[in-house]
Design a protein around this ligand. Structure first.
Ligand code: NAD
Ligand code: LMR
Length: 327
């Protein structure tokens, strides 16, 4: 079946979109036979730069791209959209925490939540990339009362991919062999890249890499601090890998999860089986049947893992306080 998705992408003149838009147009997410319509949102001062991106998209002559709409009006960008990828917002610079962006970026998600609520297609699904992505999503969701709770995702897939790459590198295998890594909590330095259930070539990662000290220290802090390390090295925050993770997120949502495995994204926590505060966007290990996404139940967390998961919950509760007037 052909779906012909309308895909809204915000922040279209920015660095992540510069990778994301072209890869969507290439059929890398929805399939090599699935036509797409790109609906790209920018702020008015960036419309000229967006014009340039648009020319390049046209010049790519991608057969799947049926139409490209560029606009500074959120009502136009989200009109009949089946997917919204919320990338627009300020990135952090050196010395900043992601949550330092909350005052600048949080308010964006009030208007965008409303515009999604009032314009998007009935099957709209939203993936937020802009930081702090968990709390930005909570703001948008709170301002979109007609959009069901299970449509909202905030991206922690880059953290999952980073964790898999670290484990693969340490074990001397490719990341394709690493499964069952789960990201718990916030896309921030308190996130918990959970390794106890991780497998390398089907064997416990903690047996293949028999070095708990490494998991609890180097591994943990490398994954938690990777975004910062990239900003320090590149002078700008991650972009191609972030776009890549956004595509991975959508593919994982719309594809049945391989038997026994899971993927991670922050979802609305109401009804979660792990006792996490019910009104947060919190990252859990998830499975999809190709349509519906659910939190993996029955995972056994050590006391150490629970303390990490709780620390990230506490940080998300603080962030929620900081945006209370936007909810
Ligand atoms: P960028 O500055 O290159 O691009 C952002 C674009 O968003 C700019 O062109 C800007 O004009 C636009 N924008 C700002 N406000 C907007 C609004 N209200 N509506 C529409 N567009 C708007 O930044 P980037 O490097 O592309 O990063 C974008 C965001 O993604 C940042 O917040 C960054 O921190 C975040 N990020 C998240 C992850 C993750 O893993 N979740 C990874 C990387 C980056
Ligand atoms: C990342 O993880 O690379 C992004 O969230 C950008 C950042 O500020 O770290």
């Amino acid at each position: 079946t052909l779906f012909r998705s309308r895909v809204a992408v915000t922040g279209g003149a920015g660095q992540i979109a510069y990778s994301l838009l072209f890869r969507i147009g290439n059929g890398e997410v929805f399939g090599a036979d699935q036509p797409v319509i790109l609906q790209v949102l920018e702020i008015t001062p960036a419309m000229q730069a967006l014009e340039g991106v648009l020319m390049e998209l046209q010049d790519s002559a991608q057969p799947l791209v049926q139409d490209i709409i560029a606009t500074d009006d959120a009502n136009v960008a989200f009109k009949d959209a089946n997917w919204a990828i919320l990338v627009g917002g300020k990135p952090r610079g050196p010395g900043m925490l992601r949550k330092d962006l909350i005052a600048a970026n949080g308010p964006i998600f009030v208007g965008q939540g409303e515009a999604i609520n009032n314009n998007a297609a009935d099957d709209i699904r939203i993936v937020t990339v802009a930081n702090p992505c968990n709390s930005n999503t909570l703001v948008a969701k709170s301002n979109a009362p007609d959009v069901p709770a299970d449509r909202w995702f905030a991206m922690t897939r880059l953290d999952e991919n980073r964790a898999k790459a670290q484990i693969a590198n340490k074990a001397g295998v490719t990341s394709a062999e690493v499964t069952n890594v789960g990201i718990w909590g916030n896309h921030s330095a308190t996130q918990f890249p959970w390794f106890d259930a991780a497998l390398v070539g089907g064997k416990p990662a903690t047996e293949v890499i028999d070095d708990r000290e490494w998991f609890e220290n180097d591994f943990l802090s490398t994954v938690q601090q990777r975004g910062k390390a990239i900003i320090e090295a590149r002078g700008k925050s991650s972009a191609a890998s972030a776009a890549n993770a956004a595509l991975d997120t959508i593919r994982s949502i719309i594809t049945p999860t391989p038997e026994g495995d899971w993927f991670s994204a922050a979802v609305y926590s109401a009804g979660n089986p792990y006792g996490i505060d019910e009104n947060l966007m919190y990252s859990f290990p998830l499975r999809s049947d190709g349509n519906t996404v659910s939190i993996v139940e029955g995972l056994e967390l050590s006391d150490y893992a629970v303390s990490k998961a709780k620390a990230s919950e506490a940080e998300l509760q603080e962030e929620r306080e900081a945006v209370a007037d936007l909810l």
